[in-house]
Design a protein around this ligand. Structure first.
Ligand SMILES: Cc1cc2nc3c(=O)[nH]c(=O)nc-3n(C[C@H](O)[C@H](O)[C@H](O)COP(=O)(O)OP(=O)(O)OC[C@H]3O[C@@H](n4cnc5c(N)ncnc54)[C@H](O)[C@@H]3O)c2cc1C
Length: 655
């Protein structure tokens, strides 16, 4: 990196006075210059307004040459990052030069730009650049290289004696919002949490607790469990001798045929799942009361950076004021945009569906689509998945393909390379779906799971100067702090945050500790383990093989892999289609594990402990030198030895 050269480097940070991202980048770079005065100097180029800044940066009116970003981007020879420089529009704009005057007035960095060494980028890029530098100048680093650096936060104006109604107002009572509000209250903050559920287009509503408990992880896992129990009944139960009479055994000396697929009662499953959820809704309310957090069942939208307008279930409006606010409104399923798309339901509706789903089309290849397809097939429904391109984008490709093969093996139909072009109601109340390839079919239920969008459209974010991203309606932030310093964001609605319950919870707690508990520790979003609850479960942490190869190069990565038959399936001949698989992606020179992937039973339980190992920066040798627990499927990781490069058979042997 150019800044690690022996000569003093000058970091330029340009932006406008009221921009929180500019102030944050400038304060972080200033700290760097204070810590290492012999190596860095900061020059701030502060503009009085956004307009003045953009005129300097972009200068659309200029006849030739454009604004300063073009001076940086078009310099010859080009500095690293020059292409990003010429398309940069936001504040701040940061770059590195080899020299500068002792002080710099606005725009003084103009000229031929011959001293420019490197374009750094905006606020996020600059923070990352500083993090990388700190890692190379000897800051204590843990495990996987996570630096112990404090989270960079801009002062947000909070004072103990303020006159607002609350110290903290949390907008959204889901996983993240509840965790943040309770944690802040622990430190004595006066906290209110607002939670209001807008009904889905199909009319589904639910109680306190957000997506996870009502229409996400909890009902999904229970229904997945229904599928696992059914699968065990069909494939395993007879081979374990369960339900055998003496006569049956005498006749067949064991079992020759597998069990019939049992009748499955949707209504029993649905109502038991919903009753469990109602119990959890009640517990959450009690918990808030016990922790002295005020719960308001109202819909909120911003009037300004310290005031929300609220509307209750009867339509009565009010206002509430706060010193600090955390936005934790989560996301909602993206609807199908073809004609008749409103005939489809979503994950907001499936778990409380009053009628048996019957023959189902799941649209999309996201984990939500595949998980729903999996449990519906598992409980005996006729299921088809419509896939536009590839399964489980962003996950390890080999594992995603193995999941697809397994799902096909258990009878789930896939229509690939299509999107629905029209949905129509038939005379008998079913739904005819026409696909982009000209084919069509009729279903009882169409479930759209093509992605999720941040639930920000009616929040009045323009009143607080926050601009959500147009592609996903999510809110950009650095260390969960938005461009408006007293407004924070956590969970699914934060741009770049993995859409997972424990991530929202952890980030919410860490933020509350920083805001009210004197902590400076940032949330670490790296190496988060997760599980996809498809019929063949998939647990993963760290890099996929594809991403590791792309980032580190084929010559620097070594992949160990292994297929195995889980012992619990091995005496059930009809599970012939079901193989487990595990894979470790390893950095060749350091032996550090970059990623672990597992397909098999209890994937979440298997992967949780490996998540800790990864956080501590484990090496491949650490894993294979760990004494396994026998006989388990998790121990397969401890016996990995075949590399992909070797071309040897990856099928496992015996104990
Ligand atoms: C089908 C499905 C399965 C999933 N399975 C898993 C899983 O197995 N494991 C996992 O880790 N994650 C899973 N997730 C993801 C997980 O549910 C989310 O990551 C998590 O719930 C996000 O929490 P959150 O606090 O960001 O938002 P949410 O839990 O969505 O909470 C947001 C809350 O804010 C409320 N709200 C919105 N706007 C307003 C407003 N203006 N005023 C007041 N209240 C408002 C909403 O009604 C909601 O209650 C799943 C999600 C789905 C959809």
């Amino acid at each position: 990196m150019s800044a690690s050269a022996a000569t003093k480097s000058v970091v330029h940070v340009a932006g406008y006075t009221t921009c929180g991202f500019y102030r944050r980048a400038a304060s972080v770079v200033s700290s760097l210059a204070l810590l290492f005065p012999s190596r860095f100097r900061i020059v701030e180029h502060e503009f009085p307004s956004r307009e003045a800044y953009r005129e300097w940066l972009i200068d659309e009116a200029a006849e030739s040459g454009g604004g300063f970003r073009d001076v940086v981007g078009n310099r010859s020879p080009p500095p690293p990052g020059n292409l990003r420089a010429t398309s940069h529009t936001s504040s701040p704009f940061c770059w590195l030069s080899s020299s500068s005057p002792a002080t710099a007035a606005v725009g003084e960095a103009e000229g031929d730009g011959s001293d420019i060494v490197e374009f750094i980028g905006g606020c996020d890029d600059t923070l990352e650049w500083c993090r990388r530098l700190l890692a190379t100048v000897g800051t204590t680093s843990r495990g996987n290289g996570a630096t112990a650096a404090a989270a960079a936060m801009v002062p947000d104006g909070h004072t103990v004696g303020h006159a607002y109604d609350y110290d903290l107002l949390v907008l959204g009572g889901g996983s993240g919002g509840l965790a943040a509000s309770k944690e802040a209250a622990k430190f004595g903050a006066k906290v209110a949490v607002l939670d209001y559920v807008k009904p889905s287009p199909a009319g589904s509503k639910w109680g306190l607790g957000g997506t996870c408990v009502n229409v996400g992880c909890i009902p999904k896992k229970l229904m997945h469990n229904a599928a696992l129990l059914t699968e065990a009944h069909v494939h395993d139960v007879p081979h374990y001798g369960i339900g055998m009479t003496k006569e049956m055994e005498a006749a067949s000396y064991g079992v020759s045929a597998d069990n019939e697929h049992p009748q499955h009662g949707w209504e029993t499953l649905r109502s038991n799942v919903q009753n469990h959820i109602r119990g959890l809704n009640f517990k959450y309310r009690v918990d808030l009361r016990e922790k002295e957090v005020t719960y308001l069942n109202v819909l909120g939208n911003f009037l300004d950076a310290h005031t929300l307008e609220t509307v209750n279930t009867k339509g009565v409006k009010s206002t509430v004021t706060f010193s600090r606010c955390i936005i934790a409104v989560g996301g909602r399923p993206t609807p199908l945009d073809c004609p008749g798309g409103d005939l489809a339901i979503s994950s907001d509706d499936i778990f409380s569906l009053e009628t048996d789903p019957g023959k189902v089309l799941c649209v999309g290849a996201s984990y939500i689509s595949l998980e729903c397809a999996g449990f519906l097939k598992g409980i005996g429904r006729d299921v088809t998945v419509a896939v536009r391109s590839i399964l489980l984008r962003g996950f390890d490709r080999e594992c995603a393909d193995l999941i697809g093969e397994h799902m096909k093996g258990i009878g789930i139909k896939f229509i690939e390379g299509v999107v629905p072009s029209m949905l129509e109601k038939t005379t008998d109340g079913r739904i005819k779906v026409s696909f982009s390839n000209g084919e069509s079919d009729v279903y009882d239920t169409v479930l759209a799971a093509i992605g999720r969008t941040g639930d920000t459209s009616k929040l009045g974010l323009d009143k607080v100067g926050i601009l959500p991203k147009t592609s996903n309606s999510k809110i950009p932030a650095v260390n969960e702090q938005t461009v408006t310093p007293n407004v924070y964001v956590i969970g699914d609605v934060m741009d770049g945050c993995p859409e997972l319950t424990p991530v929202a919870i952890h980030a919410g707690k860490m933020l509350a500790r920083r805001l009210f508990g004197g902590s400076t520790a940032p949330m670490d979003y790296r190496n988060i383990c997760t599980t996809v609850f498809t019929p063949l479960e998939y647990g993963t942490v760290g890099y996929s093989e594809d991403d590791a190869l792309a980032e580190f190069g084929k010559e620097n990565v070594i992949v160990y892999h292994k297929f195995f038959i889980p012992l619990e399936w091995s005496i059930s001949p009809n599970r012939g289609h079901s193989r487990g698989f595990c894979k470790a992606v390893v950095d060749k020179s350091s032996n550090k594990v970059l990623g672990l992937h597992y397909l098999g039973p209890n994937a979440g339980e298997v992967m949780q402990g490996f998540g800790t190992a990864m956080k501590l920066g484990c090496t491949f040798d650490d894993i294979v030198e760990t004494v396994g627990i026998h006989p388990t499927t998790a121990e397969e990781f401890t016996t990995l030895s075949v590399t992909k490069d070797s071309g040897e058979d990856a099928a496992a042997g015996g104990c």
